[in-house]
Design a protein around this ligand. Structure first.
Ligand code: ZN
Length: 132
């Protein structure tokens, strides 16, 4: 599979949404990224099992991070390939709530509840968008 085909596969597999914050591509002004779940810096592979579809904002915030800190504990970030989103997150209106330590660490490190991001989601919800 060439790079373009991999990109299209990962995009479609994700349903054209960020696999972390669930924003739809059509609702985000920035180009989405092929995100390495385990970053290349940490010897993550460049194949489909290590790739996620990510909005620009989540991807830049995640950077080469693999973990966050919750209650003084180092916690591995959410892995969209090996973990179930609904087990780790839920919506409270436009706010994403981490249900587990992993979910909370991911919300923190990826800055998913930054004020401007909550405002955008509140507008989308008001316009009838389902954040899923
Ligand atoms: Zn995102």
């Amino acid at each position: 599979m060439n790079a373009r085909a991999i990109r299209r596969f990962v995009q479609a597999r994700a349903g054209f949404r960020c696999e972390y914050c669930h924003i739809d591509e059509d609702d985000d002004p920035y180009t989405f990224h092929l995100e390495h779940i385990i970053p290349r810096k940490h010897h993550g592979r460049n194949d489909r099992d290590n790739l996620a579809w990510s909005c620009h904002t989540c991807n830049l915030a995640k950077g080469s991070n693999l973990s966050g800190r919750v209650d003084d504990e180092v916690v591995t970030l959410f892995d969209p390939r090996r973990q179930n989103w609904n087990r780790h997150f839920r919506w409270r209106g436009p706010v994403l709530v981490g249900k587990t330590k992993c979910g909370r660490a991911t919300v923190q490190v990826l800055n998913i509840n930054a004020e401007d991001r909550i405002k955008v989601r509140a507008l989308l919800i008001a316009a009838g968008q389902n954040m899923m």
